[in-house]
Ligand binder design. Structure first.
Ligand code: HEC
Length: 211
């Protein structure tokens, strides 16, 4: 090849520029996000996940729940997520700063779970759902074990047969704690100011047919 070195250097430059622009710049931008301190509530948001919930996130990842569920609420002018009560505001990058393995998901076979903790009433509700499933969601009965009645105290039984009860395993408990922890209603100052809907951009009248 006549201009081998020039070709090689141009290729290297093209790859370096795109890597710096796409990967490094976005990594630096997202990596610099810190919790937002709200002086009115004298607290920083988002709040860190309890340890049991962080372990539950690994169970969620392990079982592939993200193949049917997303964890990202879209803006009011980009979909009906807020009308469906999946959140009171869109998701922002700051919501995920404490998560090592963000489970954004791509496909929504089931509802978005970004704020499911606000909709679920108790761990028992999660156990019932996971143990029995629904017409559209598969059951994860292997997260439960059979134990003689009275052998386990503190565990919430999801089913009972003669002398036996079906109790959640440690993984089911961790998963339930994770789902119950998913809730980020706080509107951080900088994002809220940046995303404030200007009157001209406000969604049109409520009569508009839903997409
Ligand atoms: C095959 C797709 C599929 C998989 C895999 C799946 N789900 Fe679901 N999930 C659904 C569907 C569909 C619904 C809605 C069920 C209904 O309303 O009958 C749902 C509902 C839910 C709900 C209730 C949501 C709400 O808004 O109240 C929770 C919580 C949930 N799933 C958690 C999980 C977890 C945790 C896993 C992994 C262990 C999982 N799902 C795996 C399809 C799935």
């Amino acid at each position: 090849m006549k201009n081998g070195p020039i070709f090689f250097l141009s290729l290297l430059a093209a790859l370096t520029f795109s890597w710096v622009g796409l990967a490094l710049a976005s990594h630096r931008q997202l990596d610099s996000l810190v919790p937002y301190y709200d002086p009115a509530e004298a607290k920083a948001f988002p709040e860190p996940m309890p340890g049991i919930a962080a372990r539950g996130q690994l169970v969620y990842q392990d079982l592939g729940c993200a193949s049917c569920h997303t964890q990202q609420v879209r803006r009011a002018d980009m979909g009906n997520d807020i009308d469906r009560k999946w959140g009171t505001r869109q998701s922002w990058a700051r919501d995920y700063i404490y998560q090592n393995r963000v489970q954004l998901g791509l496909v929504r076979v089931g509802p978005d779970l970004a704020n499911v903790g606000a909709r679920l009433k108790s761990a028992t509700e999660v156990y019932q759902l996971l143990y029995k499933g629904t017409a559209t969601m598969p059951a994860f009965a292997f997260l439960f074990s059979d134990s003689p009645l009275g052998a386990q105290t503190g565990a919430i039984a999801v089913g009972q047969s003669e002398g036996h009860q079906v109790v959640p395993t440690r993984r089911a408990m961790e998963l339930a704690a994770y789902l119950l922890s998913l809730n980020s209603p706080h509107a951080y100052g900088p994002e809220a100011a940046h995303n404030a809907v200007k009157p001209a951009e406000a969604p049109k009248s409520a009569e508009e047919p839903k997409k």
